[in-house]
Ligand binder design. Sequence first.
Ligand code: AG3
Length: 281
Amino acid sequence: MDLWYTEYYTKDARFSIKIEKPVISLESEFQRIDVFDSYAFGRVLVLDGCLMLTEKDEFIYHEMMTHVPMAVNPEIRDILVVGAGDGGVVRELTRYDSIKRIDMVEIDKLVVDVCREYLPQTACKLDDPRVNICYEDGLKFVRSKYNEYDLIIVDSTDPFGPGEDLFTKEFYGNCYKALNASGIMVNQHESPYYPNDALAVQRAHKLIKSVFPIATVYQAHIPTYPSGHWLFGFASKALDPIVDLSASWNSLGLKTRYYNTDLHKGCFALPNYVKELLENA
Ligand code: AG3
């Protein structure tokens, strides 16, 4: 008997992965959490029916969310990570000896517990001494922060359900305030392809642009996300992601599987339909 996981991208388009073995399914206070093993992508984490990560391709998303801002400002010391309960962003950040503090605010402790137990590939660095985990709503957490962080990484779910607040003007405004003068905010910015996702891209871009003087978008190819074409936001108070790309990143000697400094410059070059989408936001 075949068992398949399916995510509906629209009512007429869907993506399916054959399940090798279900691992765990739970209902938290906030969402449904499923983990299963697959032949094609290894272990998979799904929240409320939406695919969050697979063992085989999570490196793309997590490298692109962390190394892009880290290569722009090598002076980054204090970081806030919002969401990201699987630990993938934290794992990449802990590779930098220069980082002093990583505060992580995740609304759902059960996601972290499940990932610690069943997704050690991403959760492996959550016990690094520089990491402080706070189980709280990200929107509430940033409200009381002023001038504290060099970098905020927003690794949220889609803009509905528990992640909804992380796509509001109030949240982006509070992130602005929580950042210092050279601060950078990177966020997962949805996919430009299917109409509903494209609308979310436009909404988020419009709001971020109204708050930050520099607000750009970059892209990556992530095979298991809707359409496979994924966007990230790079917003900052002063630093330009290409002009200010630091010459020293390569001398750190970090081994990456997706990110490199040529790709860093290239990933900000967007297809015309995406440029138009953003211009019309
Ligand atoms: N962050 C959310 C990606 C959104 C995927 N959306 C979807 N499948 N509909 C992933 C968390 C990884 N740390």
